[in-house]
Design a protein around this ligand. Structure first.
Ligand code: ZN
Length: 116
């Protein structure tokens, strides 16, 4: 490993637009609430096509896997008014998220079975 100087900006990362919601939230650990607040996810327990999400502000709820749900769209489009004060999402996580891009034809699908 070569020691590189610390980069100020996190590396851009790309995900497919049609990535599955559960894989996406398991990866980026952020949840856009209906009220427009971004929460930090503490745990994701995947059970089939559903997952039990626990946020850092200790809210627990189930989500169903979908590429086109409200949450999936809001996450892709980065629609949020603010961040949850109780979750205390670290700046590096927000920076990482804001440098994440969703592309139709390029990027990780986060789907092991479709990668050769
Ligand atoms: Zn929260």
């Amino acid at each position: 490993m070569v020691n590189r100087p610390k980069e100020k900006k996190p590396a851009k990362r790309y995900y497919r637009k049609r990535v599955e919601l559960l894989r996406l939230i398991d990866k980026i650990k952020l949840w856009p609430s209906r009220r427009g607040l971004l929460h930090g996810i503490k745990t994701v327990e995947i059970a089939g096509a559903q997952a039990k999400i626990t946020t850092h502000c200790n809210k627990t709820f189930w989500v169903t896997d979908s590429r086109n749900s409200r949450a999936a769209r809001w996450l892709r489009n980065k629609w949020f008014k603010g961040t949850c004060g109780d979750c205390r999402i670290p700046d590096w996580k927000l920076a990482k998220y804001s440098s994440t891009q969703f592309k139709r034809h390029y990027g990780a699908t986060l789907q092991k079975r479709s990668e050769p």
